[in-house]
Structures are given as structure tokens and as C-alpha cells.
Design a protein around this ligand. Structure first.
Ligand code: C2E
Ligand code: MG
Ligand code: MG
Length: 705
């Protein structure tokens, strides 16, 4: 209640008391207020009726205790003097009626306080008729509690018009009591809920005796607020409603907090797009709709191409800006009813609903939208000072009601990966074959992981020889000792290991094993001088931990780094960013580098200048063609000549015949590897090959030919 500057504190107190008394005047229970001197300051109609007095004849301000029988007086006096009871303590009192009879009541005594101003001196005594039915008493008590709370309270007549309201109610609605009186509760409706809402409300209140729920109310100044309304009816002994009590709370702050919580829970804070959670809900709904309407829906799974590179090279702020821009473009292109969401990272989806009922037509519609979206995304982006282009890859899954939410997400995701494989900036529709391939992929991944755990991998060693057929080195070649399929060469499992990412742990195992082997060879005279070449895949080489792991493996295996040759392929050299820096960083460890399968990757020697490559391995295909065609012989001669001038050693791979060896030697090649000398063999066989005096590798050239 606003303070009036004209009123003295005493006036203010009595004004407040008067207001409270007015509120209690028509309450369906007995009520009186008692001043600090123990005299009655007010009494309500119900209490007067009980006592048998008419307000006009009522002797003014008697001592409160005078209303009760002698025994009750004592209890009341004790209550008034002995501290303030909490209000919930029951005080059994007997009213002394005008007729001389008595009436038992249960009373509650509480100190008069104002929510804003604190204790006001004096007490209020609420009295409940002991003779009315139990449930009626409960109602009376509930109503009494309502009157004592600081929320907005309004008492209504049985016809639903407002009779009384407390200060909080008038402050909340902005209407003075006079403006409320005689008006229906609906006068406060903002218009958002309307007559149907109120007639349902009254219906429930009349039949159930209570109603509660959210209301949207309009104040006198036309501003609106969200309220929580609690309505209860107060009935007479026959159960006929006498009054209704409305308790109204302003929950605007709560509602906006709730909106904020919802926003955080369902929307991505960066792009403001619906997040995965909301998308899943909408997807569920869309699937339900396809069931009921027979019309298809589609999920477009969108992934930004090379987003990681942008993030890594331009910084995360630029990455974020790009995502915001992408979100904006997707949102602008979407039709009403469709949902654009961000799943996380650089993954977005667009959910298209209400497509054709014919699946193939729906696919065509979705692909058309997909292409349009790709066009919109495949354009210049201005991020701060720089502008650059990027594109996206997209997978389309059409829902005809037969899929679950996770099916749809998986299908669109698989199709998106297919689009990436197809060269990016592409849109692909889901095909069942993609799922089969994915399942197989998963199964292989698990099988490979298990093979690693069970120690089913082993290294075989193939001799690398000099012109005198002496094995000075070996290449470690991976084999899988498969429990049912027997010994498998890399062609059977390396592509899957690369695809599933398991090449990383497998590659680590190879490196560790090879280093350990080098260390052991160093301990024995026949093998002391051997070098060992290990194949390293691009994925493994790119790994940020590669250098640390290599260093550790060398140390743990007590291996001489200068005897370890890392074989990289041409495609690795081209696919790793800043390969030169990476190779140079590894150089101080002392390891050497070989370029494997040289010639098949079409890279010119000139492109390799500047890379710290120690050895070129001429691919088997050239060696094998050499004997037959002049062209291959010319290529091999050129490679050897140029490598020589660049200070690189040359190793010929796949040497199978003495003729090939002779031709290679004639071209100036000094090092060889191939079946002519030895196949890749298990460790023991390789070691005995090297150690035995009968080592065929050291047999004179003429003996082998
Ligand atoms: P690569 O590094 O070029 O290895 C040489 C391949 O040629 C080996 O095949 C070897 O058995 C085969 N070979 C050697 N001499 C001859 C010959 O005279 N005639 C014929 N026809 N073939 C010969 P393998 O063992 O099947 O390995 C195939 C490829 O798998 C390797 O080619 C290498 O790229 C990859 N690889 C093998 N082990 C590993 C490994 O531990 N890690 C990685 N990342 N890749 C590996
Ligand atoms: Mg190799
Ligand atoms: Mg090779």
C-alpha cells in the first residue's frame, strides 16, 4: 500500500487497520481485532451474528475478554500476554452469547502485522465454528490463511462479482476497491484468454469448489501481467456457495525466468537456432504427422566443409561468426513450418514438413530444397576484415512414417558422409546400401579393436639388400593373424583401419614393436648393423602426439634413431599441412625418411625439393615394366639420376628377377627389395636368414641367376 505523505504514522496505522478490518468484515468466519490495551477495536459480521448482536446495538469497544466465558477469558488473557502465538495454535474458547448461551469456537490468535510495515501492535483473533462439518472448517481455515498472506486477495459474492479485496490485490491490478466492487472477475482479463476460458473456470469452481491456473491479466493502466490464480469457494452448511476467494500472485518474473530457462534448454546460445533437444521433439512430431497425414517429411543434415581448418587458422571467434552467418542464411531460406536447428559444432539440420505423400516425389522436393540451401551456403563470407568462401555437404533422409527418430538422424548423417566422400559441396539422398556399409564398417572396427587387444597383429620383415645381396636393413610389414581367416596382409584390413581411425592405435603398436626390435638387434652381433623401415600412415603422421610417441618408443626400445627409417607415401606428403615443418621437427630425433611407392602419385621430383627425404623407393610397377618397355626404363633412369643430384638414396621395390636387378644396377640403383631376395617373413625366419652362414642373401649374384 503506497504511503500517503499527508498521513501521520498513527493515521497510517489506523487506515491500514481499517482496510484490514473491512477485508475481514464479510469473511465466512469470525474475526475481531484487539488493541494493545485488550479492548476490541473491530469485530466482523459473522462474529456479531454468532453473539446475537446487531451492529447498531453493539456496545462500542468492550474488553475482548468480556466476550467469553470465565474459563475462556483466562486462556485468552494468557494468549494475549504470553508472547504472540504463531497463529496456528488452537485456542478452544466459549463465546458468551447475548442470549446467555455459549458457543464453542476454535480460535487462532496472531499479532497484527503489515507485510510492508511490520508489527502494528494488537492482535487479531480468528474464530471457527466448532459445530460446522469438519470439511467446512477446513475451508474456513483455508480462507483465513488466504486473508493473512501478502498476496492479492479478493472475496467474491456467490454470483462471482467482487466484494472485497486486500491492498495487495488493488496494488496488483491498479484498481481501487470501489472500481472492483460489483464487477465480475473477468474484468481483469487481458483479452488473451477470453469468455470461454472464464466460463470453464467458473464451471470447475462451481462443481469442484476450487480452481487454479495461470491467468493473463490487464491492469487499470492497460499494462499486462502473468498471474497465478487460486480460487476456492466457501459454502454454507448445506454446501451452497456463499463466497469465493481469489488469491492472485504476480508471476511475471517467474514466467519470464521460465521463458529464459526454456530458451537456454531448447535453443543454441550462439546461433539462437533450436538445439538438438528441440529438434528431437520436432522430429518426433514430424514423424507422428507423417503417420496421420500420410504426407512425407525430410531431414537435411548439413555439415560445413573444412570448418576445422577455418577454426584452426582464423581462430574460434571467426569460426563462431561463420556459424552465425550460416545459421542466418539457413533460417532465411527456410519455409514457415520447417525447422532449422544446430545439432552442435558445424552440424546443422533443416526439417522439412508437409512434403508430397509419394516418397519419390518427396525425395525430389527435398533434394531441390537441399540444392538451393547449398547454393546459398556456397558463397562468400565476410568475417571481420577478411572474406572467404566455404561450402557445405548435405545428406537427405525422407520420412514416410516407417522410421524412428534415431533411424532418420542416422540415415541423414550417412547420406551426408557420402556427400563428403563425393567431393564435398554435394547433396546426397540416403540409400539403404549406405546403412549396410556403415554396419559392416562398425563390425570391422570392433573386430580390429579386438585384434589389437588380443595381440593378433604381428610384424613380418622383408630384407632390403645392397648390390652384393647383403641384407643391411628390413621393412617391417604388418600382418593380422586372424583367428579364423589365417594370416592376412594389409590389403585386407588397412583400408578399414584407415577409415575407422583405428590405424592410429595400430600404427602406434607397429612403431613400438619396431623400436623394440631395433633395440634387441643392437644387442646381437649378426643383427647389430641392421636398419629398420616402418610404414607410417598420413593419419598417424598428422596426429599431434606422433612426435612424443616416437620419442618414447625409441627410448623405451633402446633403439638407435638413425637406424629407423619412416616410410611416408606421396599422398601423405601431399595431404599433411605443412609437411616440411613436421618432418624438420622430427629431424632432431635422428630418424630418417623414405618416400614410399614413388612414381605412382605423379608428384614431380621438383615438388619434393626442400623436404628432408633420405630415400626414394621406386614403386614396384616401374621395376616390373622396366624389362619390357623403354618408357619405364627411361622413367627409372631419370628418377635415379635426379634423386642422386638431390642427394637422395634410391631403393627399388618389388625386384623379382635377376634381369630386373641387372637393369636397375645398370641404371645406377644401389639398394633393392623384392622376392628375388626374400619375401616378408616372421621375425625368427628373418633373423635366421641374416644369421645363418647359408644366408641366400649373401650368395653371389651369379649363383642366384
Ligand atoms: P609397401 O610399403 O610398398 O610394402 C611393400 C609391399 O610390396 C609389401 O606388401 C610387400 O609384401 C610387397 N612386395 C615386396 N616385394 C615384392 C615383390 O617382389 N613382388 C611383389 N609382387 N610384391 C612385393 P604388403 O606387405 O602386402 O604391404 C602392402 C602395403 O601395406 C605396404 O606397401 C604398405 O604401404 C602398407 N603397410 C604394410 N605394413 C604397414 C604398417 O605397419 N603401417 C602402415 N601404415 N602401412 C603398412
Ligand atoms: Mg613401405
Ligand atoms: Mg612400397
Amino acid at each position: 500500500m503506497p504511503r500517503d505523505p499527508e498521513l501521520s504514522p498513527a493515521d497510517l496505522l489506523s487506515a491500514l487497520e481499517a482496510q484490514r478490518d473491512e477485508l475481514f468484515e464479510q469473511a465466512p468466519f469470525g474475526s475481531c481485532s484487539i488493541g494493545p490495551d485488550g479492548r476490541l477495536t473491530s469485530i466482523n459480521d459473522m462474529a456479531l451474528a454468532w453473539l446475537g448482536w446487531n451492529r447498531n446495538e453493539w456496545p462500542s469497544q468492550p474488553v475482548a475478554a468480556g466476550l467469553f466465558t470465565p474459563g475462556s477469558r483466562q486462556r485468552l488473557a494468557a494468549g494475549l500476554s504470553g508472547g504472540t502465538p504463531s497463529g496456528s495454535d488452537e485456542l478452544p474458547l466459549d463465546l458468551l452469547l447475548r442470549s446467555g448461551a455459549t458457543r464453542p469456537v476454535s480460535a487462532q490468535l496472531s499479532a497484527l502485522t503489515h507485510p510492508g510495515l511490520g508489527p502494528m501492535g494488537g492482535h487479531r483473533l480468528l474464530m471457527f465454528d466448532n459445530r460446522v462439518r469438519q470439511h467446512e472448517q477446513v475451508r474456513q481455515r483455508m480462507a483465513a490463511i488466504s486473508f493473512d498472506t501478502p498476496c492479492g486477495i479478493c472475496l467474491m459474492h456467490a454470483d462471482g462479482t467482487m466484494a472485497q479485496a486486500n491492498a495487495a490485490f488493488t496494488a496488483l491490478t491498479g484498481y481501487p476497491l470501489e472500481a472492483l466492487r460489483g464487477q465480475p472477475l473477468q474484468m481483469l482479463d487481458s483479452g488473451r484468454q477470453g469468455p470461454a476460458f472464464y466460463s470453464a473456470l467458473w464451471q470447475e469452481l462451481r462443481t469442484q469448489g476450487r480452481w487454479q491456473g495461470e491467468v493473463h491479466q490487464r491492469r487499470r493502466d492497460n499494462s499486462c501481467f502473468n498471474g497465478w490464480m487460486n480460487l476456492s469457494s466457501i459454502a454454507d452448511d448445506q454446501g451452497r456457495p456463499l463466497h469465493y476467494v481469489a488469491r492472485l500472485y504476480d508471476i511475471t518474473a517467474y514466467v519470464s525466468a521460465q521463458h529464459e530457462i526454456d530458451r537456454l534448454a531448447f535453443f543454441d546460445p550462439l546461433t539462437q537456432l533450436p538445439n538438438r533437444r528441440l529438434l528431437l521433439e520436432r522430429l518426433e512430431q514430424a514423424i507422428g504427422q507423417t503417420h496421420s497425414s500420410g504426407r512425407c517429411a525430410a531431414l537435411l543434415f548439413i555439415d560445413i566443409d573444412h570448418f576445422k581448418t577455418i577454426n584452426d587458422t582464423r581462430g574460434h571467434a571467426a569460426g563462431d561468426q561463420l556459424l552465425v552467418e550460416v545459421a542466418q542464411r539457413l533460417r532465411q531460406t527456410a519455409r514457415t513450418g520447417d525447422t532449422v536447428a544446430r545439432l552442435g559444432g558445424d552440424e546443422f539440420v533443416s526439417l522439412l514438413v508437409d512434403l508430397d505423400s509419394h516418397t519419390e516425389t518427396a525425395v525430389a522436393q527435398a533434394m531441390k530444397v537441399g540444392r538451393k540451401l547449398l547454393d546459398v551456403l556456397d558463397d562468400c563470407y565476410q568475417l571481420g576484415n577478411y572474406s572467404f568462401s566455404t561450402s557445405a555437404s548435405m545428406g537427405v533422409a525422407v520420412m514416410d512414417g516407417s522410421q524412428s527418430v534415431s533411424d532418420v538422424l542416422q540415415q541423414a548423417d550417412l547420406a551426408m558422409y557420402d556427400a563428403k566422400r563425393a567431393g564435398r559441396n554435394e547433396v546426397r539422398r540416403f540409400q539403404p546400401a549406405m546403412k549396410l556399409a556403415a554396419d559392416e564398417h562398425l563390425a570391422i572396427r570392433e573386430e580390429l579393436a579386438q585384434a589389437l587387444r588380443r595381440g593378433e597383429f604381428e610384424l613380418h620383415y622383408q630384407a632390403q639388400c645392397d648390390g652384393q645381396r647383403r641384407a643391411f636393413s628390413a621393412e617391417a610389414l604388418l600382418r593380422w593373424n586372424h583367428p579364423t581367416r589365417g594370416l592376412l596382409g594389409p590389403a585386407h584390413f588397412l583400408p578399414s583401419a584407415e577409415q575407422t581411425g583405428l590405424i592410429a592405435p595400430i600404427g602406434r603398436w607397429v612403431l613400438e614393436t619396431a623400436c623394440r626390435q631395433l633395440g634387441r638387434w643392437a644387442e646381437h652381433a649378426p643383427t647389430r648393423g641392421l636398419c629398420l623401415a616402418v610404414n607410417v600412415s598420413a593419419l598417424q603422421f598428422r596426429d599431434v602426439d606422433f612426435m612424443d610417441h616416437l620419442r618414447e618408443s625409441l627410448q623405451r626400445g633402446h633403439a638407435d634413431p638413425t637406424r629407423l627409417m619412416l616410410e611416408l607415401t606421396e599422398s601423405t606428403v601431399h595431404s599433411v599441412d605443412d609437411i616440411r615443418a613436421q618432418m624438420l621437427a622430427l629431424r632432431p630425433l635422428g630418424v630418417q625418411f623414405a618416400l614410399d611407392d614413388f612414381g605412382v602419385g605423379y608428384s614431380s621430383l621438383a615438388r619434393l625439393i626442400g623436404l628432408p627425404i633420405d630415400q626414394l623407393k621406386i614403386d614396384r610397377s616401374f621395376v616390373q615394366d622396366m624389362a619390357h618397355g623403354v618408357a619405364a626404363a627411361v622413367v627409372v633412369n631419370t628418377i635415379i639420376g635426379m634423386a642422386d643430384s638431390l642427394g637422395m638414396d634410391v631403393m627399388a621395390e618389388g625386384v623379382e628377377t635377376p634381369e630386373q636387378l641387372k637393369a636397375l644396377q645398370a641404371a645406377g640403383c644401389l639398394h633393392f627389395q623384392g622376392y628375388l631376395f626374400s619375401r616378408p617373413v616372421p621375425l625368427a625366419a628373418f633373423e635366421s636368414l641374416v644369421a645363418s652362414g647359408a644366408n641366400p642373401l649373401v650368395a653371389p649374384l651369379s649363383a642366384a641367376s
